[in-house]
Design a protein around this ligand. Structure first.
Ligand SMILES: O=P(O)(O)OC[C@H]1O[C@H](OP(=O)(O)OP(=O)(O)O)[C@H](O)[C@@H]1O
Ligand SMILES: NC(=O)CC[C@H](N)C(=O)O
Ligand SMILES: [Mg+2]
Length: 503
């Protein structure tokens, strides 16, 4: 998950892109970048850090022009610490192309070799997004055969990208002096939508909140496999460029990644979370009598809608028991376990009176590494809770992700190879209630009957692009795991148990 935005306007776009990136900040906290175009020249500034830290007034002044792209990065490939891997990326041939990417390629290594050995292109970083840009650039060159850029060549190049590239990719790109290209992978795994402002400005962005929050009207989602070419005078040309597109958006967007005020692929993220809460309430009542529970308490931020519905349906009071420090970012998307663990305590503090002498049901949207739950359960006990029950609005996360969520190895997932009872013991709660996988899928699918399914590999181990198994995933992600281990705080923050059999 990263946040991307692209804009074509008749006015300067630097501030507009900055504002859109602030609205997408929850999708990436590691690095940010903006590129603008004036005439045939690109102007770029990118660096590590949050949007507010990366762009100073002098940087903004140096981003002139009426079209541009922006990206907030949450690294899921290459080197998280590299300034060079911040996006957008640039290549000078053909025409001059800049690109911002949300997603993750599963055949990046093979493509990298092809690009170097056969296509004779130079790749300067470990980023899969730079690989993607070079495939696009190579195919644009091939389709236009040294001549002027034609609409048909642009669509032919995207079709070739779909044939060569595997994995997830939502993309915005600029071709110098020509226009903006927007496209999405043939499964539509990562979100991408497009809309217009009152003055005709065209904006494409990862989430509808970026359009609405900057005064643009949402028009539609980009279809899986579709490419949209936006000319510099704001005309749109759309074409389906994939042979067999199928719509399987990532279900984790609805669980956690996206903002609740966004609508993705026709589904309100907020309503999806309410529906997951309704399904979870059924699991709670089948596990324990609601009279056992004195209060239902959400673990801020993302679990609030689900917790509200659980409380309403089991007929027990909904209470706020944790206060979130709004100046600490999202912990799950931070790089490295030590920093994530420390941040949970910095981020959440208890309202002790809500716990003293009570049986509480804590609700979270998901339990991934267990970092949050283990700390939170301990904090509830320290605040005097009698019994601490924990419910997760998503089923156990058991498999690594390869489509743009930072879950590289099975070992770090608390539920991998463990029974629910073993996870409960590790987390230290008195009862642990997980959502049912099929119930979660039904709860979200009910909001858009036209979808063909979901990309839900971290829950069910089924990788929709068909080119990877969980074992290959592990091998593929291995290089990324090294720095994370070095950053660990000596094992104290890692959840370790003697290894257990797969359940
Ligand atoms: O089991 P873990 O590895 O701890 O991951 C799961 C937790 O991380 C996320 O919260 P986060 O603080 O990132 O964001 P939020 O404020 O949107 O809930 C998510 O909402 C869970 O609370
Ligand atoms: N999560 C993402 O979308 C990241 C994009 C790209 N794979 C990177 O690591 O920079
Ligand atoms: Mg959370």
């Amino acid at each position: 998950m990263c946040g991307i935005v692209g804009v074509v306007s008749t006015q300067p776009v630097n501030q507009l892109i900055y504002d859109a990136l602030l609205l997408l900040q929850h999708r990436g906290q590691d690095a940010a970048g903006i590129v603008t175009q004036l005439g045939h020249k690109f102007f770029m500034h990118k660096a590590r850090g949050m949007v507010r830290d990366v762009f100073r007034t002098r940087n903004m002044r140096a981003l002139p022009g009426n079209c541009g792209l922006g990206q907030v990065r949450y690294p899921t490939a290459g080197n998280a610490n590299s300034e060079e891997e911040a996006q957008p990326f640039y290549v000078n041939a053909p025409f001059g192309v800049v690109l911002a990417h949300n997603g993750n390629l599963t055949n990046a290594q093979q493509l990298r070799q092809e690009l170097v050995q056969t296509d004779h292109r130079h790749i300067n970083t470990e980023s899969d997004s730079e690989v993607l840009l070079n495939v696009l650039a190579h195919e644009l060159g091939r389709a236009s055969q040294g001549g002027a850029l034609q609409l048909e060549s642009i669509f032919a190049a995207v079709a070739a990208v779909h044939r060569r590239v595997r994995g997830s990719y939502a993309v915005v790109a600029l071709i110098a002096g020509h226009g903006m290209l927007v496209f999405r992978d043939p499964y539509g795994i990562r979100p991408l939508c497009i809309g217009r402002g009152p003055d005709g400005t065209v904006m494409a962005a990862s989430e509808s909140v970026a359009l609405e929050g900057t005064g643009h009207r949402f028009e539609r989602d980009v279809a899986p496999g579709e490419a949209i070419w936006v000319t510099l005078d704001g005309q749109l040309h759309a074409r389906q460029c994939a042979d067999a597109p199928r719509h399987h958006p990532c279900i984790f967007e609805f669980v956690y990644l996206a903002r609740p005020d966004s609508v993705i692929d026709g589904i309100s993220v907020y309503q999806a979370r309410l529906n997951m809460g309704q399904a979870l309430a059924t699991r709670v009542v089948s596990t324990m009598p609601p009279s056992e529970i004195d209060a239902v308490i959400p673990i801020p931020e993302s679990s609030r809608p689900a917790a509200m519905e659980v409380a309403r349906l089991i007929g027990r009071p909904y209470r706020e028991g944790f206060v979130k420090n709004r100046y600490v970012g999202r912990t799950f998307i931070m790089p490295g376990q030590a920093v994530r663990k420390k941040s949970v305590r910095q981020k959440l503090n208890v309202i002790a009176s809500e716990f003293a002498g009570r049986n509480v049901l804590l609700v979270d949207d998901s339990i991934v590494r267990g970092t949050t739950s283990r700390e939170i359960v301990q904090m509830a006990r320290e605040a005097g809770a009698r019994k601490v029950y924990l419910a997760s609005a998503a089923p156990p996360v058991r498999y690594p992700n390869v489509y743009g969520i930072d879950m590289p190895t099975q070992q770090e997932l608390v539920a991998h190879g463990r029974s629910v009872e073993e996870v409960r013991q590790l987390i230290g709660c008195d009862a642990l209630i997980y959502q049912d996988l099929e119930a979660m899928k039904r709860a979200v699918a009910a909001l858009n009957p036209h979808l063909q399914g979901f990309e839900a590999s971290c829950f069910d181990g089924h990788y929709i692009t068909g080119d990877v198994t969980p074992e290959q995933v592990e091998a593929m992600n291995a290089p990324r795991c090294m720095p994370a281990l070095e950053e660990d705080d000596g094992g104290g923050s890692r959840l370790t148990l003697p290894s257990v059999q797969e359940v």
